[in-house]
Design a protein around this ligand. Sequence first.
Ligand SMILES: [Fe+2]
Length: 145
Amino acid sequence: MAKKYGADLNIVWLGSLFHDIARLEDAEPHDEIGSKKTYNLLITKGFDQSLAEKIKNIVLKHRCRNYLPKTLEEKIVASADAIAHFLPPFYLWVGKYVNSNFSKTMKYNIKKIERDYQSKIFFNNEKKMVREQYNILKKWFNFKI
Ligand SMILES: [Fe+2]
């Protein structure tokens, strides 16, 4: 996506690498905690302040919750993060964080897939690319046993 849309490859690469850094410690909100951690790490390692701020903002905005992506690089990382959620194995991993029964987990998944599809993918071609998985996952999560 970075190449396709003419984004800064280094910024997108570093933002992708760091976007979930706070997940390593299960720290929440991982976007806010991770953005501070990323900034401090990059400054400590000698990266310049302008680059560190761009990467920090990618980490801060990748969830599209309290902070919305504005730059092309921020939108690419948020979109790519959401697109990854359309691969079914992702929902095996979600189970680690959802401590409830099956029905509640499916409701959580429906909400997540809806938010990811509707609000986190900023590019029409990529949205079209995952449309079929989105529809299948919606059916799957709505399945009643
Ligand atoms: Fe994340």
